[in-house]
Design a protein around this ligand. Sequence first.
Ligand code: SF4
Length: 185
Amino acid sequence: MDILLHICCGPCLIYPFGKLKEKGFNIRGYYYNPNLYPQDEYLRRVEALQLLCREFSLEVAYPGHNPEDFSRTVKSLEDPLAKQRCVLCWSLRLRKTAQAAREAGVKTFSTTLLVSPYQDHDALRRLGTQIARETGVDFYYEDFRPGFKWAQQEAKDKGIYRQKYCGCEYSMVKTKPAAPVQAKK
Ligand code: SF4
């Protein structure tokens, strides 16, 4: 069965990719993360993902960085530091993935965000279920968190870039900006 998997970053792909393969899914990746700031960070994460994709023979669609999608979404918040910002951020990325799945005739979608112990896992599950109802595309849910630490070590061993902050400019506090990189074609 085909699944369109929203990928937040390379390290978070590793464990869900293996689990979904074991379950017999034919995985296609979808890298839509307009929350990422600055653009160098976006490119750095793309580069890390592309290294893994070559190893996994995984095809990934890149609909573009489009940071204005994220700024438009959080602009409505009176306080951009409120927790609601993350809910809007997950919702934006998951909804776009579900819509892309529907357009491509793929019946199921999911997200690698489900591996992270740093995201609100229950909120993600609720959002995925709600978006599935709205779009008619099934949401595949699994708690991938038990594989998080193992996957981080794998990423380290493979020399894959592991970011120090979630992604948006509000989450950059106390982190140094990344050095500029170019995405490989
Ligand atoms: S902290 Fe992470 S989940 Fe929350 S808005 Fe920023 S990038 Fe999105």
